[in-house]
Design a protein around this ligand. Structure first.
Ligand SMILES: CC(C)(COP(=O)(O)OP(=O)(O)OC[C@H]1O[C@@H](n2cnc3c(N)ncnc32)[C@H](O)[C@@H]1OP(=O)(O)O)[C@@H](O)C(=O)NCCC(=O)NCCS
Ligand SMILES: CC(=O)OP(=O)(O)O
Length: 327
């Protein structure tokens, strides 16, 4: 079955509440209207009702029963500020909290933290840093996960090819230990979306063909990942062609059971990861769904600012599906 048809089936009728802090953005409104009309999930748009309604009207959408929450006139605002200060454990004062929650991403994240929403989708207008920082500070990572990271489902053709790319969004220069954790988390994400994980730890070197500290980091991460998840099908360091193309794998890494068969691609740093996914998307015509933030206590998703309405619709469905793993 098509990935989204199967995810919709899992989440439909469960009243999963997804908050969208960018409530006046037409791409967000369009996706929310569709998700609401199709009964897939319950959207909550943030913003002044008059502004949200005006934006919807201008873009030709009818909001119908969609809930709009106005952070500037929210009866529970003080309670949210208190909960924020308590969560920040001395890192932010009440005065700072009152200001910070005026930012819709902080406000939306607090709705998720206090169980008034099940997940959040933002970033169509805001940068990644501004979108995810509140989640890193408030929602935080699950026990046993030290860093959150951003994975993309890369999909081409209806239900044909589907892979995971990570980290394409968060960790600028992860250590070997962090890279190993990203690999293990990405394998879990793959399973959630019906991809059998065969994890390639990518580099510009295959099995020692080049020598450099950057290559040593990937080789070390491969070793650590094997220790963290001995049962996982994972290998490195591998160049992309060795990881993906069976004939090249045969030549460059004949003994590897992952080379030529990889489905999960772990990039050595954010330069390569972010550039890599955008090249596959724009040259290779893969649909890039994400970034899906892995390892958080509750799902928060960051859109690329280049997203269209369909991307918002799909990432909201993914985010809602992630909530099922958190219950
Ligand atoms: C994500 C990012 C904004 C965090 O940077 P930052 O806000 O400067 O982070 P800080 O080091 O000040 O940490 C802020 C908080 O987040 C936490 N944190 C930072 N990175 C984290 C990570 N990867 N996982 C979990 N927590 C993290 C810190 O522990 C800290 O928590 P605390 O306030 O409770 O102590 C930064 O890593 C970044 O800019 N990454 C690149 C994003 C990007 O542009 N991607 C390309 C487009 S998708
Ligand atoms: C994921 C990503 O690259 O986001 P943006 O395009 O918003 O920087």
């Amino acid at each position: 079955m098509d990935l989204f048809a199967s995810l919709q089936e899992k989440i439909k009728g469960k009243n999963i509440r997804i908050v969208f802090p960018e409530g006046t953005e037409p791409r967000i409104i369009g996706a929310a209207v569709r998700l609401n009309a199709e009964g897939i999930l319950t959207p909550i748009l943030l913003g002044a009702p008059a502004a949200v309604e005006a934006a919807a009207k201008k873009a030709g959408f009818t909001l119908g029963s969609i809930q709009i929450l106005d952070p500037d006139n929210y009866a529970g605002y003080e309670g949210l500020v208190d909960a924020f200060v308590e969560r920040r454990k001395g890192k932010n004062t009440k005065e700072q909290g009152e200001k910070m929650l005026r930012d819709p991403n902080y406000f939306g994240t607090m709705l998720v933290y206090t169980d008034q929403a099940d997940g959040m989708v933002s970033g169509a207008v805001h940068s990644t840093g501004d979108t995810v920082r509140p989640a890193l500070q408030i929602i935080k990572t699950r026990p046993g996960v030290s860093r959150t990271s951003g994975a993309f489902i890369m999909q081409r053709g209806r239900d044909a090819e589907r892979y995971i790319f990570a980290d394409c969004a968060i960790n600028i220069d992860p250590s070997a230990q962090e890279l190993a954790e990203i690999a293990v988390d990405s394998a879990e994400t793959a399973k959630l979306f019906d991809i059998e994980p065969h994890v390639a730890m990518l580099s510009f070197s295959t099995k020692g063909s080049a020598k450099a500290p950057q290559v040593d980091k990937v080789a070390e991460a491969t070793k650590i990942a094997h220790e963290l998840a001995p049962e996982l099908s994972l290998d490195g360091e591998l160049q992309f062609d060795a990881a993906f193309v069976p004939s090249v794998a045969h030549q460059k890494a004949p003994d590897s059971t992952v080379a030529g068969e990889a489905t999960v691609f772990i990039f050595p740093d954010l330069q390569s990861g972010n550039i890599g996914y955008k090249i596959a998307q724009r040259f290779g015509h893969f649909e890039a769904i994400g970034p899906i933030l892995q390892g958080l206590n509750k799902p928060v998703s960051d859109l690329s600012r280049g997203s269209n309405e369909e991307d918002v619709y799909k990432l909201a469905i993914i985010t809602a599906a992630q909530t099922l793993n958190h219950h």
